[in-house]
Design a protein around this ligand. Structure first.
Ligand SMILES: [Zn+2]
Length: 103
């Protein structure tokens, strides 16, 4: 299941998945889309969950890119594919490390 909201570079985005946004995405043949104004990420509800998650990662990369150097669509797609495969193929708990216990 995708989260209802998430924070990227200090800004919280609502993740909308449902009939309201599906129609608009279908018309434009998109799986997802980020709306910087309004801080919303739209995802299609009629695609499988793994593809929703990969699409969410794609939109997160668009947000990061928008806040820095705007990357072209094909670059975002290459990064999404590579990162998604990496996350799926590896145990990524090492990224967060072990928290030190407070005494
Ligand atoms: Zn894109």
């Amino acid at each position: 299941m995708v989260p209802e909201k998430l924070t990227v570079l200090g800004r919280t985005y609502k993740v909308l998945v449902g009939p309201e946004t599906d129609e608009k995405l279908k018309k434009r043949q998109l799986l997802g889309e980020v709306h910087h104004i309004g801080s919303e990420i739209w995802l299609r509800s009629d695609i499988d969950e793994d593809l929703q998650k990969e699409t969410l990662l794609h939109e997160i990369l668009h947000i990061i890119s928008f806040r820095g150097v705007e990357l072209k669509e094909d670059v975002i797609t290459v990064l999404t594919t590579g990162l998604w495969d990496f996350f799926k193929q590896n145990d990524c708990s090492w990224i967060f490390g072990k928290r030190k216990r407070r005494k």
